[in-house]
Write a protein of this length. Structure first.
Lengths: 1036, 447
């Protein structure tokens, strides 16, 4: 045979084909099959977004789930959702990690000989159904549930057996609902609206940390508090910790929880005194009666008295004031009495209605108190409820251990955990049935009648789990009863058909003008009779799809009708008693902005991203006041035993200068088996005695404890040094100067304060005038021209100069941006030991700067990412051009060109470059979360922020195809996208008409370290504006 | 004073010198074998540690963010510094006709070659991905990618490789007559063949000597500027950056002085045992060591001056970041290292001002060892303390060495001494030709 080219290729083809086929046994079998008909919205390489609801807490923010090739990879806020308007907090950003969590339950489990063992679905279902069949009553404990789930439960309740359904969420303000019930006769929690408030006095309500709806409240706060909007809102915070709210507040008064309660009651007395002449006789009488019930004004110490006077006068001077009480750190056994005092105060200043909106169906109004949870558990233990279902609730961890929950569960005939992740409660259940993660589920979350979020599954279930609704339907069917629908989705569609606006039907909840009239104590006008409408059985496909795309149904301006709050003439209120004598150490259990009630603890991002306040990662130390530390011989990093009447725990401690004297704060999240690095952490619920407020049943989160030192240790801190050492880093200015338009000037020699500005000479010579350092808009004018203060002309960038503005006046230090960066950019989690060595890989860090002196101090946060310098020091020193400048002004890092000399890191004044010391792998299935647009970096290379270059390129590619110009706001970075207060904005300095470029010209603007190192960064920081230049220190 | 008197090689014949010096190449003793194996073991241990580092990641060292450079760069600069004395003594002192150079320059030059070779490994160890080291070389490639010639690290690659090349050639040229002499003595066999090839047909003819002398002067002149340039370039690794405490114009002369100081100290450390073991005390005399000691103390004073100037300039220029770092160095977390540096490099060498110390072998040796310790800590102090306290206080952090770094540091000493010990048994560590040349004529006799 002639071997010509064709024959050669043929025979080679046969040979290599045979070789490959015979090799095939070596590799594990994997199936790769193409879609016969691909889903319409799935284009390889193009992200699809699905709207659903974040279930990381009860705020109910809307999210868009970014999926690539059918895998959810990132969560972003849903801009159409009225609660969060596109933003998300750190927990929301990390919520996707719970989908891929290592704690996910993969198969049904049943207890056999004391051990949970894997069983098949049919066996587990039969066992539960058998128990259900004969049951007189069923118990159901869940997290916040609404709408369709409720209708399913009602259906079961009507057809099978009565269900005691109890819902629990941490700090759901049951005390406020109870107070509203006592005063106004409605058991409701209001929605808070800061949009008209001028003076907000927060008594322990940490609205920027965890209170009710932090993303929403942060945005509302920033919109009115930011100086860009003229500082229309001032926030005074009274609380025992310098938390995010206290740090951002205009004034912070450090007072222990007991003082805060007394202040709240005292404030009512003072406000009533001055408001009395303006009140109608009936109202005055009613208020007076209520105050009488609460008891006399507490006797305050002189300095607290002073605080009260200040607060009163500011509250009364304000056009529209608001007082909030009831963050986790102040809730005690008298919560209802204090809430009543605060509600009365709000009533007197006219805040009820405009700022506190009592809507008919706020989900928090339906949340049960902790006492009701305990009652349900007790009832189950006594055999009332024969089968207890627990779903999205973890009472064993989140409620005081002293309340005997473990025993109650053990005594209950059958405890069935309907859980997607293993937790402390599921571990004690008799049967554990795996249910879909919220991101795998249909469902809804109706925050109020006006805000109903729709949930849709965004991926096929990862494991052999069932939808919780389908599971319940199946169980009921096994128990021999038929329900009205066979699938949960039918309940959902049926429930949502009330929103149908098809011709012939009328929406059952009409958009009504609100808000309600100012309180006058007059008789309540008759509510307009709701139009009787017949509900359609089905939504039109178009309507359903529109709601799915939008993420739910949101009423436009006005919202639903407000309830008219009429004060009872003779309200029944508990008496407020002054707090017990001093001298003991009080433990408070605040919620953590990242770990919340502990549910964030298994999520590595939330542990790895340092706590902004304490600047520790992975640790959940007990914060102890300086005097407590001194009395017990403790220093930061020590291990200590905390002991109360109910139990003891061993934790590491951190001395917090800004904690009220005699206070210890321990946040939940520690001691969870499902999370990593639990050493020296503990659950504060082991210390709480399980006391609840007798009126509302809300848990008291305070307890008297004692401490003793065990041994010394070290905390995993990311903070090298607590203050700026006089360097111009986290800058601020006074409100007075701002109002006068006098800004500090930064020159090459440092900062010139307004008071030091030289006056212009009469001869017109201004050579004594300080020369400000150039800003980006100056640079844009001077590109390519010789410069006095630069050896070379600035590089010529033809089309773009991407840039960023960070408004420090809006930054609360919440850390959402840092977590978003982890999610977007495949930033590896390195773990506690590596962070101890200083090897965190965070591309964006939140620096804490403490400015202290003469007994006062101020804290400011500074988010720092790569500054994308024009004169980038990193680029010149890289021998291999791995660090190099792009034509649009970014400092690119070419990972496969990096040889790992780390010179760039040394030369970076901002220290934002991060080196891969090891190969960091992701546990399966967490690898499915990786963003395919971002390289996963290998060991030995440097990595850093590039303003989410993949997002820039994605938009540019799109426009390359469309041949349309880029629009402002179309490209944004992950950090800017998620920022709840809108402190970060992204844009292009070559487009002066874009919002970011306009912001960058703010005279508050400065560039980090540029005055000394002449790096000419692309990030402009806007100074924070301090209403009061110095705050009191915690330990006076 | 004649040359001969100055070198004090009064009463020996050419024959004795010849026998004594080439005699050092005889059969090694058991102690020698044990020592060289020990050095090899140390080097091997260092190699194992490096292998562990390669397969695990840079994380096994103590470096972190902000201290991204640690003991490897410290040790690199240390060995480059050691590599300074050799060329200084052999080239600069040759051109200056310094009389005490003759007996010791070969030993010094050898230490240069081996120190620079040892140093050359460290940038590789230090790299996150050392298998991509060729990215720093200007090799032709389809993507037309060049190294970044703005980067001091590329200058470093060029400077060190040039220095190593020129030093090696200069070393080899100086060796030629001695290789020939060794060749003539060697019995037929492999050793003879190798020496035969290496000696390039050296016959000692007048013409060869004429060319040889011219070439030697030429290379001495060529090597001399390199003594200054190579450590200047190394110093620019630091001075060209913006790091407070590095970014200063004094760095080039300061580093050159420091390098010479450490090189001289290392040569003294080597010569004292060498002359004892090889029984050449009559050739390498205290006089030679004293000359080195005098040079050392002079350089040490320059180094001390440089230390002082750094502080003065920081204060005088008033840059707050510079001021902060110079406050931090003597009082901060690395104060111990700082004071070790000051005591060993500035205070201890002053003992050489006393004739009693600089003529006393123990005194000479101890001071020289301490200077070497001090010079290592100087680099440690410059690198680590500056990096740990840069511009943003929030990012400040500390550094400490891990067992891997200690192993590699110790391994580098093992490698250096292994190479050195190997050399002295293969080729004469003292120049036979030049020692003979420096002897007065009347003493010449037939071999």
């Amino acid at each position: 045979m002639l071997v010509d080219r064709r024959n050669f290729l043929k025979s080679m083809g046969i040979v290599s084909g045979t070789a490959v086929m015979s090799c095939n046994r070596m590799a594990p079998e994997e199936k790769l099959s193409a879609y016969l008909t691909p889903p319409v919205e799935m284009v390889p390489g193009v992200a699809a977004y699905y709207a659903t609801v974040c279930r990381a807490c009860s705020a109910g923010c809307g999210i868009l789930v970014k999926t690539r090739e059918a895998r959810p990879i990132k969560l972003e806020g849903n801009p159409a959702h009225p609660v969060n308007r596109g933003a998300l907090c750190a927990r929301g950003q990390a919520f996707i990690q719970s989908l891929y969590s290592r704690a996910r339950i993969k198969t049904p489990l049943m207890r056999q000989d004391g051990q949970l063992v894997a069983v098949g679905w049919s066996k587990a279902l039969k066992a539960v159904a058998r128990q259900m069949k004969g049951a007189d009553t069923l118990g159901l404990l869940t997290g916040a549930q609404s709408g369709s789930f409720k209708s399913l439960i009602n259906d079961i309740n009507d057809n099978l057996a009565p269900i005691q359904h109890v819902m629990t969420e941490p700090v759901a303000l049951s005390s406020m609902a109870a107070a509203a019930k006592a005063l106004f006769g409605v058991h409701r929690v209001p929605r808070i609206d800061l949009s008209g408030v001028d003076q907000l006095i927060s008594l322990g309500a940490d609205l920027l940390d965890t209170f009710v709806s932090p993303v929403e409240l942060s945005r509302q706060w920033a919109e009115r508090h930011g100086v860009a909007a003229g500082r229309q809102l001032q926030l005074d915070y009274v609380g025992s910790r310098r938390n995010l709210t206290a740090t951002a507040a205009d004034r912070w008064y450090c007072r222990g929880a007991g003082d805060v309660e007394q202040l709240a009651v005292g404030l009512l007395h003072r406000v009533f005194q001055s408001k009395r002449p303006t009140l109608s006789a009936a109202v005055a009488r009613a208020v007076n009666a209520a105050i009488d019930k609460l008891g006399p004004a507490p006797k305050l110490e002189s300095d607290t008295q002073k605080v009260q006077t200040e607060l009163t006068s500011r509250l009364l001077a304000a056009k529209s004031g608001l007082v909030l009480f009831g963050g986790a750190e102040v809730l005690g056994a008298q919560a209802t009495a204090v809430q009543a005092a605060v509600l009365l105060t709000n009533y007197l200043i006219g805040a009820i209605g405009p700022a506190l909106k009592f809507e008919p169906n706020h989900i928090l109004s339906n949340i049960n108190s902790e006492q009701e949870v305990l009652d349900l558990l007790e009832a189950s233990a006594q055999g009332t409820a024969e089968v207890l279902f627990i779903h999205q609730a973890n009472p064993v961890y989140t409620l005081p251990q002293a309340a005997g929950i473990t025993t109650a569960l053990a005594k209950t005939k059958m405890v069935v955990a309907l859980a997607s992740e293993m937790d402390e409660t599921a571990a004690l259940a008799d049967v554990v049935l795996p249910v879909h993660h919220p991101l795998e589920s249909w469902g809804d979350y109706e925050l109020t009648d006006g805000i109903a979020g729709l949930m849709q599954p965004v991926r096929a279930p990862l494991y052999d789990s069932k939808h919780v609704g389908d599971l319940l339907i199946e169980l009921v069917a096994h128990a021999g009863t038929k329900l009205s629908h066979k699938r949960f989705k039918d309940y959902l569609v049926r429930h949502w058909s009330k929103w149908s606006v098809q011709p012939g039907y009328q929406a059952s909840v009409p958009s009504l003008p609100a808000p309600g009239d100012p309180p006058d104590g007059g008789p309540e006008p008759a509510a307009p009779a709701p139009t009787k409408v017949e509900r359609p059985t089905e939504l039109s496909d178009r309507e359903w799809e529109e709601m799915l795309v939008r993420g739910g149904r949101f009423l436009d301006a006005g919202g639903p009708q407000l309830t008219k709050m009429k004060l009872y003439a003779n309200a029944e209120l508990p008496r407020f008693a002054a707090r017990p004598a001093k001298g003991s150490v009080e433990l408070i259990v605040p919620l953590s902005p990242s770990l919340y009630d502990g549910r964030g603890a298994p999520l590595d991002w939330l542990r790895e991203v340092p706590d902004s306040l304490l600047q520790t990662a992975w640790e959940i130390p007990a914060e102890i006041a300086t005097d407590v530390a001194r009395a017990n011989g403790l220093t930061t990093g020590d291990r200590a035993e905390l002991k109360s009447a109910s139990g003891q725990v061993q934790v590491k401690v951190i001395i917090d200068d800004d904690l009220a004297p005699g206070t210890v704060a321990l946040r939940p999240g520690g001691g969870r088996e499902v999370s990593r690095h639990t050493e020296d952490t503990a659950n504060p619920m082991a210390l709480l005695g399980g006391k609840t407020d007798p009126t509302s049943g809300e848990l008291s989160r305070r307890e008297t404890i004692t401490l003793s030192r065990i041994d010394s240790g070290e905390l995993t801190s990311v903070m090298g040094h607590p203050n700026s050492e006089g360097r111009l880093l986290a800058l601020s200015m006074n409100l007075d100067d701002f109002n006068r338009g006098q800004y500090p000037i930064i020159t090459r020699h440092g900062q010139v304060e307004p008071a030091e500005h030289p006056h212009e000479h009469k001869d017109g010579a201004d050579h004594h005038h300080p020369q400000p350092v150039p800003m980006p808009h100056d640079d844009e004018k001077n590109r390519g021209k010789p410069l006095k203060d630069n050896v070379y002309p600035l590089q010529d960038l033809p089309d773009h100069r991407w840039g960023m503005v960070i408004d420090l006046d809006k930054c609360t230090g919440c850390g959402a941006c840092a977590v978003a960066c982890y999610a977007e950019n495949n930033v590896p989690v390195v773990g506690k030991a590596e962070i101890q060595l200083g090897r965190e890989l965070s591309w964006l860090r939140i620096e804490k700067h403490v400015f202290s002196g003469d007994g006062t101090s101020r804290v400011q946060f500074l988010p720092v990412m790569c500054q994308q310098c024009d004169n980038a020091p990193c680029e010149a020193v890289c021998p291999a051009f791995a660090a190099s400048h792009t034509r649009d002004g970014l400092n690119a890092q070419i990972y496969n060109r990096c040889i790992g000399t780390r010179y760039c890191s040394n030369n970076c004044p901002y220290k934002v470059r991060r080196f891969n010391y090891f190969d960091y792998t992701r546990e399966k299935p967490a690898n499915q979360q990786l963003n395919p647009d971002v390289t996963v970096r290998t060991r030995g290379v440097m990595e850093k922020c590039t303003f989410c270059i993949q997002r820039i390129r994605e938009a540019q590619n799109r426009h390359q195809v469309d041949k349309t110009p880029l629009e402002d706001g179309e490209i944004t970075t992950a950090c800017a996208q998620t920022c709840p207060t809108g402190a970060i904005s992204f844009g292009d300095f070559k487009r002066p008409e874009w919002a970011m470029s306009k912001l960058a010209k703010d005279p508050r603007g400065y560039r980090l370290l540029d005055y000394m190192v002449n790096t000419r960064p692309g990030v402009v920081y806007l100074r924070r504006v301090n209403t009061v230049s110095k705050q009191n220190k915690g330990n006076r | 004073m004649s040359h001969a008197q100055a070198s004090k090689l009064g009463n020996f014949s050419y024959g004795k010198i010849h026998r004594d010096l080439l005699g050092t190449l005889g059969v090694p003793s058991k102690a020698y074998i044990a020592l060289i194996l020990f050095c090899l073991a140390l080097a091997g241990w260092g190699g194992i540690a490096w292998g562990y580092l390669i397969f695990t990641g840079m994380g096994v060292t103590g470096i972190n963010n902000p201290v991204a450079w640690g003991s490897f760069i410290t040790t690199f600069v240390f060995w480059v510094g050691i590599g300074h004395a050799g060329t200084l003594i052999s080239a600069v002192l040759f051109l200056l006709r310094v009389p005490w150079r003759t007996a010791i320059f070969r030993a010094a030059e050898a230490s240069t070659i081996f120190a620079v070779a040892t140093a050359g490994i460290f940038p590789l160890i230090h790299m996150g991905r050392f298998w991509t080291v060729y990215y720093t070389l200007p090799y032709p490639n389809g993507r037309e990618l060049w190294p970044n010639f703005r980067s001091p690290l590329v200058w470093d690659v060029i400077a060190i490789s040039t220095y190593l090349t020129v030093s090696a050639i200069f070393f080899y040229i100086g060796l030629l007559p001695d290789i020939a002499a060794a060749r003539d003595r060697a019995k037929p066999g492999l050793k003879k063949t190798v020496l035969l090839l290496l000696s390039l047909g050296w016959m000692g003819s007048f013409k060869q000597w004429k060319h040889y002398t011219a070439a030697y002067v030429l290379f001495a002149a060529l090597a001399t500027p390199l003594v200054v340039s190579v450590h200047s370039v190394v110093s620019w690794d630091f001075a060209m950056s913006d790091v407070p405490g590095w970014h200063t114009t004094i760095f080039a002369p300061y580093f050159v002085a420091g390098a010479i100081l450490s090189g001289l100290a290392m040569v003294i450390c080597i010569l004292i045992p060498l002359r004892h073991v090889f029984k050449v005390k009559h050739i390498i005399r205290r006089y030679h060591l004293e000359g080195m000691a005098k040079l050392l103390v002079a350089v040490s004073i320059i180094v001390g001056y440089a230390y002082g100037v750094e502080f003065f300039i920081a204060w005088y220029a008033g840059n707050p970041f510079e001021v902060a770092i110079f406050k931090y160095r003597p009082t901060g977390d690395f104060a111990i290292q700082f004071w070790i540096m000051v005591v060993c490099n500035v205070i201890v060498p002053l003992l050489y001002l006393f004739k009693k110390v600089r003529t006393n072998l123990a005194g000479l040796f101890i001071v020289a060892v301490l200077v070497n310790v001090g010079m290592w800590f100087e680099r440690y102090n410059i690198i680590v303390s500056s990096l740990s306290h840069e511009f943003m206080p929030h990012t400040w952090g500390l550094y400490s060495m891990t067992w891997v770094e200690w192993s590699i540091l110790i391994g580098s000493f093992g490698l250096f001494f292994f190479l050195y010990l190997s050399f002295i048994k293969v080729l004469p560590a003292i120049s036979v030709a030049e020692v003979k040349e420096s002897m007065p004529h009347p003493l010449k006799e037939k071999h």
